[in-house]
Design a binder for this molecule. Structure first.
Ligand code: TYD
Length: 216
């Protein structure tokens, strides 16, 4: 069976993933390819319920290991229901966050460490790895500012998906450092887009990278 191409986007909250995913999706469609776009947590009916539980700021006392388990439950459902079938049908699957997020946020941010995350990835995701991961790493302080502004907007508009965005700066620093560590370890899969080169420039770099990897 034809296998598609599995591409994930990673980065801190406020790193510009959403904009870049939207632009890349339009580009892939314009090339005449079938594309499936997913976000994690969420993206399936069960996943959306898990997402609500995870991101709702009224969720209190969620133990770090429970949070970790929910992230993987969501992912297992996404793989079974959307990601595998789409890859089998030859689609390019673009996923907003995947296991690198769990390693960075729960492994780094929550200090559970990488080992437990990688072990769970092996058993629960059956080791399914992206063909390519784009890690957006703008300046740490600018990402943080953007995430905080979004948090304020969400609060005003009544959207209550702020549980992570309320974390303190040192939490995000650990997430950032873990992302850097993952990128160094897995440099053949992960392409890092550093700095604030501007939306169009980053988009062009991403398109170039996807073209190089995809047609290999
Ligand atoms: P979301 O609103 O989708 O944020 P963003 O647009 O920044 O991706 O919220 C996802 C939040 O969940 C984000 O703060 C990161 C966190 N997260 C984890 O902590 N672990 C994970 O495995 C995943 C997928 C997300």
């Amino acid at each position: 069976m034809a296998r598609g191409f599995f591409l994930t986007f990673e980065g801190l909250d406020g790193s510009g993933k959403t904009t870049q995913i939207r632009k890349l999706t339009a580009w892939v469609e314009a090339q005449g390819h079938k594309v499936t776009v997913m976000r994690q947590p969420g993206g399936t009916r069960i996943g959306d319920r898990i997402r609500q539980l995870l991101l709702d700021s009224s969720t209190e006392n969620l133990a770090s290991r429970a949070e970790l388990g929910l992230m993987f439950s969501d992912r297992a459902q996404a793989i079974a229901e959307v990601i595998r079938p789409a890859l089998d049908a030859g689609h390019i699957v673009i996923c907003d966050r995947y296991t690198d997020s769990t390693e960075a946020y729960q492994g780094g941010g929550r200090q559970l460490g990488s080992e437990i995350v990688l072990k769970l990835h092996d058993v629960i995701c059956e080791g399914l790895q992206p063909d390519l991961t784009i890690l957006l790493l703008p300046d740490f302080n600018r990402s943080l500012q953007r995430a905080r502004r979004r948090n304020e907007r969400n609060l005003k508009s009544g959207t209550d998906e702020n549980r992570f965005e309320r974390e303190a700066e040192d939490f995000y620093r650990r997430v950032y450092d873990k992302y850097c560590e993952i990128a160094r370890r897995d440099s053949s899969r992960i392409v890092v887009m550093e700095g604030d080169a501007g939306i169009e420039t980053i988009h062009e770099r991403i398109v170039q990278t996807v073209q190089d990897r995809w047609q290999r």
